[in-house]
Design a protein around this ligand. Structure first.
Ligand SMILES: Nc1ncnc2c1ncn2[C@@H]1O[C@H](COP(=O)(O)OP(=O)(O)O)[C@@H](O)[C@H]1O
Ligand SMILES: [Mg+2]
Length: 258
């Protein structure tokens, strides 16, 4: 009936002590889409991301990505399977250069995990050269080539957000989940970020984006999912979201102090 879901969650729940942070969430992210995940602070959006990529154990529920159950996989295996995420607070290796941060984000290859006979060393050197070449391409793509040799911790907040995107691109992911990519980013870098997302999407990459910047969400997302108190309260298009009363009330209820 509808296009296949690239990422599907069914009744995923996560609790902390007695607190239900994610409550029976069932998501279907269509392949090739840019989906916005919105909702007030504390709604459970980041926790849902953590659950999907294996960083947070679920109480119940199933998660499928690209036709395969990933609910029991550790984070690195999820990453290697083509599903990457960035963090709400960037987590670069601060003392290492921007270039080195990208080199370290290359997906796992057997040669790095097992003892390799000398005869295979040549193959590894060739692979390292390939990785370095890819890192340079991505730095140029994300406009970070000018700061390639800077320590990552010295970049501006906005550049660190771009570095988060650059790092996950090293794995050539099929889908990227971005956690508040535009938060604290100046308008110029936000435009660069959106342009890169659109370009990657046109090349087939699927996106799920947690974002509070409603202009970004409404203009660039094909589908919108809203959460409040751990539950999905809206799924649909941007126009519907803007006039959805449950959704408006969820924001109003949460923004008394904003
Ligand atoms: N590790 C944790 N331990 C306890 N409570 C947590 C933890 N992570 C998140 N929470 C709580 O779960 C709720 C959802 O948090 P979060 O997923 O970060 O929301 P959002 O990303 O939508 O702002 C919040 O009330 C938060 O305090
Ligand atoms: Mg969050």
């Amino acid at each position: 009936m509808t296009a296949a879901g690239l990422l599907e969650t069914r009744d995923v729940s996560v609790s902390f002590g007695g607190f239900q942070a994610v409550d029976q969430v069932s998501l279907d992210i269509r392949e090739g889409s840019i989906t916005g995940l919105i909702g007030p602070n504390g709604a459970g959006k980041s926790t849902l991301f953590n659950a999907i990529v294996g960083e947070q154990a679920c109480d119940s529920g199933t998660i499928r990505f690209n036709g395969r159950a990933i609910g029991d996989l550790p984070p690195n295996a999820v990453y290697d399977s083509g599903l990457a995420r960035t963090f709400q607070i960037p987590r670069p290796f601060a003392a290492m250069s921007v270039f080195e941060n990208l080199m370290l984000a290359a997906p796992n290859q057997p040669g790095e995990r097992f003892w390799v006979p000398v005869i295979a060393r040549r193959g590894i050197d060739a692979r390292e050269r390939q990785i370095a070449e890819r890192a340079r391409e991505i730095l140029a793509f994300t406009t970070l080539d000018g700061v390639a040799d800077e320590a990552a911790g010295r970049l501006s907040g906005g550049q660190q957000k771009l570095l988060e995107l650059a790092r996950v691109l090293m794995s050539t992911p099929k889908m990227i989940m971005l956690d508040e990519p535009a938060a604290g980013v100046n308008p110029t870098l936000t435009r660069v970020l959106i342009e890169k997302i659109e370009q990657l999407n046109s090349e087939g990459c699927t996106f799920l984006i947690i974002e509070h910047d409603m202009d970004l969400v409404m203009r660039h997302c094909h589908a919108i999912v809203a959460m409040s108190n751990g539950r999905i309260i809206y799924e649909g298009d941007a126009a519907g979201a803007q006039s959805n009363e449950t959704l408006l009330n969820a924001y109003l209820g949460a923004s008394v102090d904003a």
